[in-house]
Design a protein around this ligand. Structure first.
Ligand SMILES: [Zn+2]
Length: 318
């Protein structure tokens, strides 16, 4: 029987995933439910309790000594509350207390989803062995997290590294967060598609107007599709360069659906980085695709719990 297990939850706007994870990051048991994102707070919590119930039904559950939660943000680790933008029924929702109540008082560690994927990439993925890293998810939104001095840096509330809402265009378009010209407003998948369409790109016969379809068109040479990815790459490069200049990261890891465009994104990103990361101490900065895939949120939440729990044998994790 494993005795150094943690239960991990990955809570997003479309699904709530749960897993039992061992000290080496192996997923022993997994389950998930759709997020009833438009329902009231208790209904959403009901889906979380069903996921935990599935895990508690496993014979391995007896070895679980902590719970790690990576949640769509904003989160507040100081109060144990969450207010995910895409789950309106949860505003300052006391997630940590509610999870502790149904799991027999196990310690609960809460971090934002961007911080969770960062923990996973640092533990087992593209940022492994790097003491100072920025990890990002570029998909419907743009999130991220930081590793500084060899350790995960969630910040006091669990949101540090939220690069999607750094402004890189002072007079740019209003962002849903209230600011202007944010990285996310330029580089997220929906914004890549919106800008390509506005410039004159037209989808194929299947009508697919996703960022993936824009990437396919860019690969085929469509100038509007190419330009939209170049603009997204420029915004990402400016945000990455600012981060590197502030805290001296040496690698930026990029995952999420938009990163699957591969060279359509990474080639202009590496070029743009040379324009923005100019000082001597950031010139060695590299960018790399994420390696952890769709389990990053679960593995990262587990890493946070393993690291935070007392009497841990997993020193150095996260
Ligand atoms: Zn914003």
């Amino acid at each position: 029987m494993h005795t150094d297990l943690v239960a991990a939850l990955d809570i997003g706007g479309t699904k709530i995933a749960g897993a039992l994870v061992d000290g080496d990051g192996r997923i022993l048991q997994r389950t998930q439910r759709p997020t009833p994102a438009q329902e009231d707070g208790d209904t959403v919590m009901g889906a979380v309790e069903e996921v935990l119930g599935d895990l508690a039904g496993s014979p391995s559950w007896a070895g679980a000594r902590a719970i790690g939660i990576g949640s769509a943000g904003p989160v507040d680790a100081t109060t144990g509350t969450v207010s995910p933008v895409n789950v309106p029924g949860w505003r300052d929702f006391p997630l940590v207390d509610r999870v502790r109540a149904v799991t027999g008082g196990l310690p609960v560690e809460l971090i934002g989803d961007g911080v969770a994927i960062t923990a996973a990439e640092h533990w087992q993925g593209a940022a492994r062995g790097h003491d100072n890293a920025l990890c990002m998810v570029v998909s419907t939104g743009v999130g991220g997290g930081l590793v500084l001095g060899g350790r995960l840096h969630p910040g006091p509330t669990g949101n540090a590294g939220h690069i999607g809402h750094i402004s890189v265009d002072l007079d740019g378009d209003p962002c849903p967060c209230g600011a202007r010209g944010c990285v996310e407003r330029i580089a997220s998948g929906p914004n890549i598609a919106r800008r390509a369409l506005a410039a004159g790109w037209r989808p194929g016969p299947d009508g697919d107007t996703s960022a993936a379809a824009v990437a396919t068109a860019a690969r085929a040479g469509d100038p509007h599709a190419v330009a939209s990815f170049e603009r997204a790459a420029q915004a990402l490069a400016a945000g990455i360069a600012a981060t590197a200049t502030l805290v001296e990261i040496d690698i930026a890891v990029i995952g999420g659906g938009v990163a699957r465009a591969q060279d359509v994104l990474f080639a202009p990103l590496r070029r743009a980085l040379r324009d923005y990361a100019t000082l001597s101490f950031v010139q060695r900065l590299t960018v790399a695709p994420a390696l952890m895939g769709t389990d990053a949120g679960l593995v990262g939440a587990a890493a946070a719990a393993l690291h935070a729990a007392p009497d841990t044998t997993a020193a150095g994790v996260g």
